[in-house]
Design a protein around this ligand. Structure first.
Ligand SMILES: [Zn+2]
Ligand SMILES: [Zn+2]
Length: 309
């Protein structure tokens, strides 16, 4: 189904929306102060880089719209398995900053060691960023273990640092406004993102429209068919429920077939990139609750391996 255009947002808009949402979280849950402080120190550099990429030299993307449309019809996301040149010089300072934020925000020594490895070049920034772009968790895991680094932290900083680039690529791709590409996007029925191939972070429900939000590039799109966003099942074990009757605006969709879940949240406006992460934090209690019941977010889909890091 069609993607939904996100409202235009400046750096100041993104920061202002983020700030008001963090304030609201803290009003309801003062105990989340450390989590909010860490998220702020991670998202602010991402917002800065987003601004720099969108207003600097737009990334080149030599993917003709008709070629992308043909890929989508084969259920292959637009950016999958494309040799996309990584603007490492533009992204590396953010990658280092994120290591620092993580170190200061509780990541401590393991995060500092990643910073040092990137600084020294024993862990190559371009390769790490490229592996995150390819959604290749295995490459990051092997490369991290090999260097005695915590792979979850390497993945976290790499994914965050490359996300503004993926968002910028997504914007360039959609700006082509090509009818064949638009029609192919309209035909997209998969739960994973037609641009980058990631699963949704969650579903934002806006005026009773369920809008799936990509966890990586923040694409917003809708699905024609009801049912599990991951496997499409609509049998009796596919359940949508609001765990807290006092909060019908926050719901869980759980699927008995694939044992996965997705959160659905009523919103007044779609979250601009990269603020889906804040919606995720706001609804963390839903994750805890459903994971206790044995549901999980599915493993990342990977369409082509990256080079080893
Ligand atoms: Zn995406
Ligand atoms: Zn399912």
């Amino acid at each position: 189904m069609p993607y939904v255009a996100l409202p235009a947002a400046t750096r100041a808009d993104r920061l202002a929306i983020a700030q008001s949402r963090w304030n609201a979280i803290l009003q309801a849950r003062p105990d989340l102060l450390p989590a909010v402080a860490l998220q702020r120190s991670l998202l602010e550099p991402v917002i800065d880089l987003t601004e720099a990429l969108l207003h600097g030299r737009v990334p080149r993307l030599s993917l003709p719209a008709r070629y992308v449309a043909a890929k989508l019809d084969k259920r292959i996301p637009a950016l999958a398995a494309e040799p996309i040149p990584m603007p490492t010089a533009a992204l590396k300072p953010t990658l280092l900053q994120l290591c620092q934020s993580l170190a200061d925000g509780g990541g401590g020594e393991p995060a500092r060691r990643i910073h040092a490895a990137l600084d020294a070049g024993t862990l190559e920034a371009g390769a790490v960023l490229n592996a995150a772009l390819c959604r290749d968790q295995k490459a990051i895991k092997i490369g991290s273990v090999h260097r005695d680094l915590q792979s979850e932290l390497v993945w976290l900083v790499a994914e965050l640092a490359v996300s503004p680039f993926v968002y910028a690529l997504q914007q360039v791709l959609l700006a082509q406004a090509d009818p064949a590409l638009g029609a192919a996007l309209d035909r997209w029925k998969q739960g994973y993102c037609p641009v980058c191939g990631s699963w949704p972070a969650l579903v934002e429900s806006l005026a009773d429209r369920s809008i799936v939000r990509c966890s990586f590039c923040a694409l917003a799109w809708t699905l024609d068919d009801p049912g599990c966003v991951y496997c499409g099942d609509i049998g009796p074990t596919f359940i949508t429920a609001a765990p807290d009757p006092a909060r019908p605006d926050r719901r869980l969709e759980t699927c008995g077939r694939c044992r996965s879940y997705v959160k659905t949240v009523d919103v007044d406006e779609l979250s601009p990139f990269p603020l889906i992460a804040i919606t995720d934090l706001e609804t963390m209690d839903l994750d805890m609750r459903t994971m206790k019941q044995g549901f999980q977010r599915p493993a990342m889909k990977m369409f082509a391996a990256s080079k080893s890091i």
